[in-house]
Design a protein around this ligand. Structure first.
Ligand SMILES: [Zn+2]
Length: 468
């Protein structure tokens, strides 16, 4: 067994090995992520290594951009008509020439472990080995064992959640359900593009929401009815949670009349940034009410400043590495929601952060004192071995282990799913090993805890226990 990420001190290392051994082969629970469900519905072979691994991964393309290499040279499609590199091998060579930029980063760890454990390729990537690694990966990708469904089974994924807008017709999920393949792939209700008045084309999207749901979204009650109806359709397609990606964690209880008048102002195109923030804040409380009725677990992902790199957004669109984290306040922001429903165990809100200082100052004490709140795993810029470790150190003394929601890989990169979970299991084994070595937790309780963290807890918190 590799000692990757285990404590360097031999006594703790030995305990960590034993604990990790109990979690290593448990099925993967992936309750939040961004894999395209059509990949599994269609089960077509993956494209060439560059188009599979580099082009869609903004962790990689943004690092090269930071050294002056434009995303178009790495094959990222442009929306301005500027040509993008289409030769997979050329993209791969350019990437390999810059591989040193990733020393010490989680991307390096994820990619190396993926090459080795998923593809059996152990040649170390370097400018000189670019072609050798590319050819070895391409050869594997051509084999039937490396199609998406075969990998899903080999990865031992028990459940995989994808993320869709209420405007998605869920056709890929319907296809998956209809064709009898056993893999459990569920959707997640992500309504930001019909809630956020600042989203491009919001009013038109609200109109489409009404058409899909057969409701008149020209009125606020019709809008709420349409959202309820789409939630039902998502639940029928296996969803157990919703996801809310707001700039801040702000919540607010408006009266029905106030909300209706703000909604109408938005549809008229007269809402300003403050109105949009007020409406988002109010809608989080509306969604909490809906969650209490229909049981969807709410996930709140605040703190990303979207499209901060305006040139990148103008040239290549959204989700290509131009977003940045900002300081996020939770206690006062969540107070209206907590006042209304914080002690109601029917409500379950998993709160994430991109601002790690809030783990110990706000989030762990809140999760440690309100029935409705669970702490989400370190996310995005914080999904790294160092922060996963600091997360346990920062939150366990206030919130324990059982107010945390378990690891989420949050990834678009299907082939990286096993390594992401493996890193989290290794880091948790190391943290628990220290508690055992310091005589703060008996080994048998640490052994039970590692299995809970890796498997039982995410399944329970995300209400994934019932089979579809
Ligand atoms: Zn996500």
């Amino acid at each position: 067994m590799s000692d990757l990420l285990f404590p360097a001190e031999p006594g703790q290392r030995a305990i960590a090995r034993e604990l990790y051994g109990l979690a290593r082969d448990l099925p993967l629970i992936s309750p939040h992520g961004h894999v395209d469900p059509a990949v599994l519905a269609d089960d077509e072979p993956f494209p060439d290594p560059a188009r599979l691994i580099i082009v869609p991964d903004h962790y990689l393309t943004r690092m090269l951009l930071s050294q002056g290499i434009p995303p178009a040279r790495l094959g990222v499609p442009s929306r301005t008509g500027e040509p993008s590199e289409t030769d997979g091998r050329a993209i791969w060579r350019l990437f390999a020439d810059n591989w040193h930029l990733f020393r010490g980063t989680p991307s390096r760890l994820w990619l190396e472990r993926t090459f080795e454990t998923v593809f059996g390729v152990t040649t170390r990537l370097a400018p000189e080995t670019a072609d050798e690694v590319y050819d070895a990966l391409a050869e594997k990708l051509a084999q039937p064992d490396f199609r998406p469904r075969a990998l899903f089974e080999r990865f031992n994924i028990e459940v995989l959640a994808t993320t869709e807008s209420p405007l998605d017709d869920l056709a890929a999920h319907a296809k998956l359900a209809a064709d009898g393949w056993g893999g459990r792939v569920v959707t997640t209700f992500r309504p930001d593009d019909v809630v956020d008045m600042e989203f491009e084309g919001w009013a038109e999207r609200v109109g489409r929401l009404g058409e899909m749901a057969g409701e008149d979204t020209g009125t606020y009650p019709g809008y709420l009815a349409a959202l309820r109806s789409r939630r039902e359709a998502f639940i029928a397609a296996g969803a157990t949670s919703s996801d809310h990606g707001h700039p801040t964690a702000r919540t607010l209880c408006l009266s029905e009349a106030e909300a209706a008048s703000l909604f109408a102002k938005g549809l008229r195109g007269e809402a300003d940034a403050a109105d949009a923030e007020t409406f988002r804040a109010h809608m989080l409380v509306e969604f909490a009410r809906m969650s209490i009725e229909d049981g969807l677990v709410m996930q709140l992902h605040p703190g990303a400043v979207r499209n901060h790199n305006r040139w990148l957004h103008a040239t290549h669109g959204r989700d290509v590495g131009g977003d940045l984290p900002q300081a996020t306040e939770y206690l006062h922001a969540l107070t209206p929601l907590l006042d209304a429903y914080g002690n109601d165990p029917r409500l379950r809100v998993v709160v994430y952060t991109l601002d790690e200082y809030t783990f110990s100052r706000e989030l762990a004490p809140i999760a440690g004192g309100y029935a409705a709140i669970y702490l989400g795993a370190p996310w995005w810029f914080l999904d790294s071995p160092e922060v996963l470790r600091r997360f346990r150190e920062a939150v366990t003394e206030s919130a324990g282990f059982y107010n945390t929601a378990g690891f989420v890989d949050d990834t678009r990169a299907f082939c990286s799913i096993p390594v992401r979970h493996d890193v989290s299991r290794r880091v948790d084994a190391g943290f628990l090993a220290r508690l055992v070595a310091e005589h703060r937790l008996p080994f048998d309780e640490a052994a039970e805890t590692i299995v809970d963290l890796a498997y039982r807890l995410p399944k329970r918190v995300f209400r994934l226990e019932g089979d579809k």
